[in-house]
Ligand binder design. Structure first.
Ligand code: AMP
Length: 145
């Protein structure tokens, strides 16, 4: 299974925020779209960074509410790990586990093609297990779906 298979199901929509936006605007985006991270991008295509709810929590704990009026670039991560659409889903699972993050942007030819979250990866794994279970049950009972 490839990352492109996941994107085919979930779509290629990625919520981005411009580097000049402040943390309050970031929080509004996270709440509006019910997501945990957004890509920081000046043009909506190239990845300048990633910022997640964890970055906000950490900065709030360190510097207090003043963080809310700081630009997202004060708290974002610049060294973003990404994958190509033809990456294996297992490689992304490994990347998330090794580096302890839950979001991986998908990039092709320097442009953003989608974003895979740990929720997408878990859903894909459950779907695979369900397909396998149905086919094994069919094999045992002699019924084919
Ligand atoms: P998350 O678990 O995705 O909410 O992110 C945890 C931390 O890792 C935050 O500091 C994020 O900015 C950072 N982060 C999230 N995704 C990535 C990624 N793909 N590459 C590098 N850092 C990331």
């Amino acid at each position: 299974m490839r990352i492109s298979d996941i994107l085919r199901v979930k779509g290629d929509k990625v919520v981005t925020v411009t580097p000049g936006s402040d943390v309050t605007q970031l929080l509004a985006l996270l709440a509006e779209h019910r997501i945990g991270a957004v890509i920081v991008s000046a043009d909506g295509t190239h990845v300048d960074g990633i910022v997640s709810e964890r970055d906000v929590v950490r900065a709030l704990a360190e510097r207090g509410a003043a963080v809310l009026s700081e630009p997202v670039t004060a708290i974002h991560t610049v060294q973003v790990r990404s994958v190509a659409p033809d990456a294996a889903v297992e490689d992304v699972e490994r990347l998330m586990t090794e580096h302890r993050f839950r979001h991986v942007p998908v990039i092709e030819g320097g442009s953003l093609r989608g974003l895979v979250s740990i929720g997408d990866v878990v859903k894909n794994r459950i779907d695979e297990l369900e397909t396998e279970r149905t086919s094994l049950a069919g094999y045992i009972t002699g019924e084919r779906s």
